[in-house]
Design a protein. Sequence first.
Length: 395
Amino acid sequence: MNYKDAEMDLQKLKEKKIIIDDNFNEIQYIKVLNLEQRFATDTLMITVAPTLACNFSCPYCYEYKRKIRMTPDIQKKTIYFIDQRLKSVTNLGIWWYGGEPLLEKKIIWNMAEQLISLCKQHGCKYSAGMTTNGYLLDKRTALKLREQEVLWIQVTLDGPKEVHDKRRVLINGKGTFDRIIENLTNAVDIFSLVKIRVNLDKTNVNQLPELLDSLTEHGLKDKILIYYAPVFSNTSACQDIAENCFSGNEYSRLETQLFREIVEKGYVLAKHPISAIQGCGATHKNTFVIDPYGDIYKCLNIIGFKEEKIGNVILPLEYNPNHLKWLFWDPLSYKKCQDCRLLPACMGGCPYQTLRRNFQEPECREWKDHLGEMLQLNYKSYLQQKTEKNSGKRV
């Protein structure tokens, strides 16, 4: 390498802030970038739960299920709430949630049609996704969702059939694995992205390789992304399963092994350490969660808990204490975060976990103590994905 090439490489490293001058304040820089993104108004992200009812009875569910559906009046007020914020927006993202959102398909069809029309009027881009248990996601429903610009879906599978059917059961106690697999097989090519989430605790952690083998047998390996999420007993609705939950440290020690199994079996990782300068969406000015009553929240973990709502679509939105605590969440107020070399890739982790503990120190990301191994696994996963694409397979 000659001197000119070295100078060019050095300049690129400086532009990316990988190399900085001694007088450059990184903490100030990170804070400015974080605030820019959190208080930007060009993108509006709305999670809509047309119902809090669910056809499943999962033992670890944190929600209090209510047989409530969004009334026509609340639908109208929700559309108006969104419309009033589209005037300065270039992108509207809608995420359908529940309960189980597909219990109320007609509400989704009706609201999606109006929102797509409004976006055309305002000249902003519309996109949508959905979290569903997958039981009602037959091919006809999948095609209708795709017609209404639902590009991404997330479905939960908690293990191979014998494990899943003990954890993800219908209200009548019957298993759901076979129906979900059938629906995924028929629908997976309809969406741009299908993500499989595995809710993980001590009762199913040893059966995860069997789940991966089962997905491969059903021809889903090259068509999905998969990730694990530890179960937490955060609310009184799920305290009965507390003894089966991993602590943060326990899960951290397991995570590398779990993700290595995913990569070794040829799957693409759906979770990896990346820049998180923007922080959690719940702390963003233009991100809201709306339940069937029209109550507005900032985080999915608190949907339906009325003592945590920040307002209602019927009334003008105000900066009340519940609202302000999310907007003023600041990991840089903690010395632990200021001194951490991984701050830009973490930004204090999940603010909900800190706020629910009355602003005690943030919990670090699970991969903090094994970042090197996680990056190596992600690079291996990337190479596998690249090879699959070059061979003509869809990933």
